[in-house]
Ligand binder design. Structure first.
Ligand SMILES: Nc1ncnc2c1ncn2[C@@H]1O[C@H](COP(=O)(O)OP(=O)(O)O)[C@@H](O)[C@H]1O
Ligand SMILES: [Mg+2]
Length: 262
């Protein structure tokens, strides 16, 4: 069943991407509504990360279009995409372990504020000028992600769960229009998972629009408004979580494969 949305923030149409002749994404279409949590689920290898990489400019799709706020952003660079207000976290953590937690989060702000990651790392005079104001914003973000007391720690010294939260704080700190979360609870224990779920719900209350890529069905069902299911690069279903949970196609493709690979 196609869900018609009045004014989607993001519109993905016919997105296709091959790797060595094999389709990782095959004509995938769906929309992301403003102020909602849209989940993208599917078994390992379904194409979830490839889709996020196409969205964030890391990969160029072979065909299809990505429309963000009525603008065609297909094929833009990661930097251009970030400046338009799309932030992301990575399935495999990308934090700077020797930098402080605060500086890691500041990177998210300086990229958004028009600087480059290089500028952020080199600490140019222009950046220093803005830094005091940015620092305050970053500290506030760290507070809301429960990391206020660890701002001065080297990020590498944090637990895995805290590192995931640093990535999230870095993605959220720039007040992006759309946040892409790639498996934010992968590798976390149940307590840490519950903390991330609470943070996602809190951000949703603040009106943040999120595209949540997740392997963990329980998390998805607990936090999302709309669920899109990929399998083998194709969209096999979409709908509200309670419908998806009992959709026979999803149960067969997604849960069947899950138990086979567990
Ligand atoms: N850089 C790459 N080179 C070759 N094949 C890739 C690459 N990235 C992903 N793939 C393949 O594309 C398919 C989808 O992968 P991916 O998007 O990572 O799935 P998911 O995130 O849903 O687990 C898989 O078959 C994977 O092996
Ligand atoms: Mg993935």
């Amino acid at each position: 069943m196609e869900q018609r949305l009045a004014s989607p923030l993001l519109q993905i149409s016919g997105l296709t991407r091959h790797f060595g002749g094999l389709p990782a994404l095959d004509q995938v279409s769906f929309q992301v509504a403003e102020g909602r949590v849209t989940a993208l689920i599917g078994p390992n290898g379904a194409g979830k990360t490839t889709l996020i990489n196409c969205l964030s400019g890391v990969l160029e799709p072979d065909s299809g279009t990505i429309i963000f706020q009525d603008r065609d952003i297909t094929g833009l660079s990661p930097h251009q995409v970030a400046r338009l207000g799309i932030a992301r976290t990575f399935q495999n953590l990308r934090i700077f372990p020797r930098m402080s937690v605060l500086d890691n989060v500041l990177c998210g702000l300086t990229v958004q504020a028009g600087g480059s990651l290089l500028e952020a790392l080199l600490r140019t005079p222009g950046l220093r000028h803005r830094e005091r104001r940015l620092k305050l914003t970053a500290l506030e973000a760290l507070d809301s992600f429960g990391l206020g007391d660890k701002a001065g720690w080297p990020a590498g010294a944090l637990s895995y769960g805290d590192k995931k939260r640093v990535e999230m704080a870095r993605a959220f700190v720039s007040q992006p229009v759309l946040i892409l979360l790639d498996e934010p609870v992968a590798g976390l224990n149940p307590e840490e998972t519950a903390q991330i779920a609470a943070l996602i719900r809190q951000m949703r209350v603040y009106g943040k629009t999120m595209l949540l890529v997740e392997h963990d069905m329980d998390l998805v069902m607990g936090v999302s408004d709309h669920v899109v299911v990929l399998d083998g690069g194709c969209r096999i279903a979409q709908g509200p979580p309670d419908e998806i949970q009992v959709n026979p196609l999803v149960l067969e493709a997604y849960l069947g494969r899950m138990s086979a690979t567990a």
